[in-house]
Ligand binder design. Sequence first.
Ligand code: IMP
Ligand code: MG
Length: 179
Amino acid sequence: MRDEVSVLFTEEQIARRVAELGEEIATAFAGREICVLGLMKGSLVFMADLIRRLPLDLTVHLVRVTSQREQAAGRVLTEIFFSTSVPLEGRDVLLLDDIVDTGITLSYLLAHIHEHGPASLRVCALVDKPEARKIDLNPDWTAFPIHEPLADRFLVGYGLDWMERFRGLPFIGTIPRPR
Ligand code: IMP
Ligand code: MG
């Protein structure tokens, strides 16, 4: 299966971009302690690399969102699970997302986190597909924006999956969009 994947961003490109983001984010939060909240499971690898490039005092937490799409009713039911009870009130929160596609998952999550009263809430995405957006919402930082016609391929690797596969690839690759 792995040999069906074409490389899009190499390990070296990712490392360089993550280091740049680390500097930008550290500048934005200079002197503050941040709460890094990684969206499971797609942002796990990204989070592991990025936190080691952030010269800031920080704590690390995970959040998981599950969605059940009821096709007929066109309804999306979503549940949010925090890995640990995270005291977000008054904290500077940096949410790490894997891919912002329609923006539905992110908007739901942001609304929920806002209810906890963080002092600030910013978003850093590994990949952004702005052309696919259904909700007008943009991450504060993006490692790799992906534009048409590449949005037609499905991204895998470096934590990103297709049916739970490919997360362990050290690079970001693409496969033909599964039907
Ligand atoms: P949204 O709610 O439509 O923005 O969906 C975002 C979620 O869809 C991401 O967190 C990914 O889990 C998944 N996703 C969207 N596009 C891709 C892709 O190309 N590869 C892997 N997962 C994707
Ligand atoms: Mg996924």
